[in-house]
Write a protein that binds this ligand. Structure first.
Ligand SMILES: [Zn+2]
Length: 248
């Protein structure tokens, strides 16, 4: 496919690529976003489990959702070809960073180092009071004893290190993203509908700084008209061919 070859040429020419990933990349690892196809996801309302006010009002709602739905999905999910290819680009010295809307931690599992998780990481947790951090396996053990899980140091509530609805994005991560975009020569938006902020504006920042803009997404996005290249097929399929074609 000519479009993939063209993107492959650009990857070969670039030294400071920034890849931006959205839900489409997680979906290829079997992770549904807010509404999955199976009945379990429909049992829980994202207006509740993803909302910070509701989390403090009734933390057991989030933790029941986590135990029954999210944790089993995360334990099964493995990095796919897109995650692995992005990590490969970094190890070859071509990638500045991967910026992601996803909270599943799969870029880290694939071996990426410079990862900017705009919405946090749902495999990491911390005590709301003493800030002690917990991994998912530790929290799953605490959940067996008590729901919601309690901090083993101070017995306070434990929360996931994600950005809930009603919370601001981490300004440090945002400014790091903007810094990387100011230096990037190729911005690849992958598997994001580019509708919500900051997904809608990050490609513009890169483009205004002189980067080429490539969009890979199954469906059209509002930014297609300003992109230098648009590919409407699966992200994994594109990245597989690109990494195979890298000239060392
Ligand atoms: Zn604590």
């Amino acid at each position: 496919m000519e479009l993939i070859e063209k993107l492959g040429d650009w990857v070969n020419e670039s030294k400071n690529i920034v890849v931006f990933t959205g839900a489409g990349v997680s979906a290829e690892s079997g992770i549904p976003t807010y509404r999955g196809n199976d009945g379990l996801w429909e049992k829980y309302d994202p207006e509740k489990y993803a909302n910070i006010n509701y989390f403090y009002q009734d933390p057991s709602y989030y933790w029941n959702f986590f135990k029954e739905v999210r944790s089993p999905v995360l334990q099964k999910a493995k990095p796919n070809i897109a995650h692995k290819s992005i990590a490969k680009l970094e190890s070859l010295g071509k990638l500045k960073s991967v910026i992601t809307q996803n909270i599943d931690g799969l870029h880290k599992e694939a071996g990426s180092k410079n990862i900017l998780e705009l919405h946090g990481n749902t495999r990491m947790f911390s005590c709301i009071k003493c800030k002690t951090e917990y991994r998912m396996d530790q929290v799953n053990k605490l959940l067996e004893k008590h729901l919601p899980p309690e901090c083993s140091k101070c017995n306070s509530l434990i929360r996931p290190q994600v950005v809930f609805f009603g919370e601001n994005l981490n300004p440090i991560i945002l400014s790091r993203a903007e810094k990387d975009l100011s230096q990037c020569d190729l911005f690849i938006a992958a598997g994001s509908s580019l509708v919500v902020q900051p997904a809608a504006s990050l490609p513009l920042i890169a483009k205004n700084n002189g980067a080429r803009l490539a969009i890979i997404n199954i469906d059209p996005t509002p930014l297609d008209s300003i992109a230098d290249l648009v590919i409407n097929i699966s992200v994994s399929e594109v990245f597989l061919k690109i990494v195979q074609g890298i000239k060392s």
